[in-house]
Design a protein around this ligand. Structure first.
Ligand SMILES: Nc1nc2c(ncn2[C@@H]2O[C@H](COP(=O)(O)OP(=O)(O)OP(=O)(O)O)[C@@H](O)[C@H]2O)c(=O)[nH]1
Ligand SMILES: [Mg+2]
Ligand SMILES: [Zn+2]
Length: 288
């Protein structure tokens, strides 16, 4: 039977199989030694071999995310609140770059729109102009919820973003139960009971597999190649290949098609600034 790994507790895997039926499984000895089975892995398992179900095969991974380690995510819901904490465009641009680098489609969610509706709308325009799916949402006035649900495509969706932006609250709303700990308790203990110390997928009634991730303070961009960075900016892609130098980093080089697009207003200034800032960070890490 085919299934997807929801959870791994010390080598005991929770698998969602056909019709969403959940089984507890061990991995077969030889497989266990050869493969590091991850949450999100699609596997083949047998339930008729003795008392315990066993995993007999792991299917090739479509995608892989480092932190937390999870396979086959179809969509990354990147959540940032417009206020408390204030939206940091640079941080959001960086999260978008990381999802592009992982080959996972991002959905940008600007939360807490009740605190600044105009600011949230402006942020959504910024990302839509750059070619991304984006929406605003507020759990307080319960607005934008249907639109956000329409944007979810899954089946495997991870919610990611800084601490306190409302990820767990949004997930609980989708699940219809308070599964993940949100609010003050989450912040006091540093991590919610059901968040991320162990990566876990939770099945929703809409047929999604949802993952909560902890709010982070540091984003790992070290694996990105400086030459490839511009390709991770979707809005730059139409101009790549048109620069005078084919190893152009779109910085100070003459006859740069990206900078020309910036000067003629086809690339937004803030996006270009984020590009330059990430480029500088990459150069600094390389020098160390
Ligand atoms: N004003 C306002 N507050 C909200 C909204 N959604 C969530 N909050 C509040 O924001 C705080 C943080 O929510 P959480 O869901 O715990 O945030 P989180 O992103 O999971 O945070 P971490 O688990 O620390 O990463 C809580 O006090 C929520 O009540 C909203 O739409 N508007
Ligand atoms: Mg949380
Ligand atoms: Zn260039």
């Amino acid at each position: 039977m085919k299934g997807i790994i929801l959870k791994n507790q010390n080598g005991y895997f929770t698998i969602s199989g056909e019709e969403g039926k959940v089984s507890l499984c061990r991995s077969r000895g030889t497989l266990k030694r050869k493969t590091n089975i991850l949450v999100g892995d699609y596997v083949e398992f047998e339930t008729d071999k003795g008392s315990e179900a066993v995993i007999t095969h792991v299917y090739p991974r479509k995608s892989f995310l480092h932190r937390p380690p999870v396979a086959n995510i179809d969509q990354l819901a990147l959540v940032c609140s417009i206020r408390t904490p204030d939206l940091n465009y640079f941080l959001m641009d960086k999260m978008v770059v990381l999802s592009e680098n992982a080959g996972i489609e991002p959905l940008i969610i600007i939360s807490k729109s009740d605190l600044d509706a105009d600011g949230a709308e402006k942020a959504v325009k910024y990302y839509q102009t750059a070619g991304y799916q984006a929406c605003t949402v507020s759990l307080k006035n319960y607005s934008g919820i249907t639109e956000m649900r329409d944007y979810l495509s899954g089946p495997v969706i991870a919610f990611s973003g800084p601490s306190g932006v409302g990820k767990s609250s949004l997930l609980n709303d989708l699940l219809g139960i308070d599964y993940f700990i949100s609010g003050e308790i989450s912040r006091q203990t540093g991590r919610g009971k059901n968040t991320t110390r162990h990566a876990e997928l939770v099945q929703s009634s809409q047929g999604y597999y949802l993952m909560d991730t902890p709010g982070y303070t540091h984003l790992d961009i070290e694996t990105i190649d400086t030459q490839e960075l511009s390709f991770l900016f979707r809005d730059f892609r139409p101009y790549l290949g048109n620069c005078r130098f084919n190893n152009c980093l779109h910085d100070q080089e003459p006859d740069c098609a990206v900078r020309h697009a910036l000067e003629t207003g086809r690339i937004q200034k803030e996006r270009y600034d984020s590009y330059k800032r990430i480029l500088e960070e990459l150069k600094t890490t390389r020098r160390r």
